[in-house]
Design a protein around this ligand. Structure first.
Ligand code: URA
Length: 248
């Protein structure tokens, strides 16, 4: 199917410049389409057949981008922030201007974060109605009650009275030396299907415990690539994108 886009929209979406700067550049003859100077920024570009050059450099158009980021601690899950680096600052090779993180991880949480501009996919992955599993690995301080697993299965009443959906708690290692020597921590996996604010931390708080370390390891069929280190990212493979879309 033939797909066309206005020249100025094409260049703005690819993050080349602002619309007004693009207009100026066009007036000065800095934009070429198929080798010919183009001064009309409202001209339609055929995305399949036409080539756009800005200041002599070819700009190729991508409609959607999908990145898997191993979010490190200390970086915020936002598109802009005055104080901290954002997860988008870490994606150096991004082409699109409208990328965003799918859901938020707290500043001190690390692990899998999907970065895309596919709003429909993001909406579906995050909607509690779709029951997409988000799995976390955590280190917990304090005594987990014997009934913790059952309580997670039923759904937990948080300290503000809200009730979570049923979740799964798996104990990976009980009461071992934790992050600091001499402090005993329990290592667990938790799977939730929703994304309330500080959800996992608040679920453990409701049981009188504290999350000392939290890392997201999967979201639906998408698993954090073990080859990535904190702060590193890669593009999703075609199979991973298809797998996520099958969730829809
Ligand atoms: N639950 C939390 O408490 N924090 C996160 O970052 C993600 C899930």
């Amino acid at each position: 199917m033939e797909k066309k886009l206005r020249l100025d929209k094409f260049l703005v979406e690819m993050g080349v410049d602002t619309r007004s700067q693009i207009k100026e550049a066009a007036k000065k003859g800095r934009i070429r389409v198929n080798g010919t100077v183009e001064k009309r920024t409202d001209r339609k570009i055929d995305l399949e057949t036409e080539q756009v050059f800005y200041d002599g450099k070819q700009v190729s158009y991508v409609e959607t981008e999908y990145y898997m980021l191993y979010k490190p601690q200390g970086v915020v899950s936002a598109t802009e922030d005055k104080l901290h680096r954002t997860v988008l600052d870490l994606i150096e090779e991004k082409q699109r201007k409208d990328l965003f993180p799918v859901g938020r991880l707290d500043i001190d949480t690390e692990g899998l974060l999907l970065i895309t501009n596919d709003g429909e996919l993001a909406h579906r992955l995050l909607s509690p109605k779709r029951h997409v599993n988000k799995r976390y690995y955590a280190w917990i301080e304090g005594d987990l009650p014997d009934t913790a697993r059952e309580q997670f299965e039923k759904g937990i009443v948080l300290n503000d009275g809200t009730m979570t959906m049923p979740a799964k708690l798996e104990i990976a290692l009980s009461k071992a030396d934790g992050l600091q020597e001499g402090i005993m921590q329990t290592q667990v996996f938790v799977t939730v299907q929703e994304g309330k604010f500080h959800q996992v931390k608040r679920m453990f708080e409701a049981l009188g415990c504290r999350v000392a370390y939290l890392k997201r390891v999967s979201m639906g069929p998408l698993l954090l690539d073990e080859g990535l280190c904190p702060g590193e990212y890669r593009r999703l493979t075609e199979d991973e994108i298809l797998g996520l879309k099958r969730q829809m």
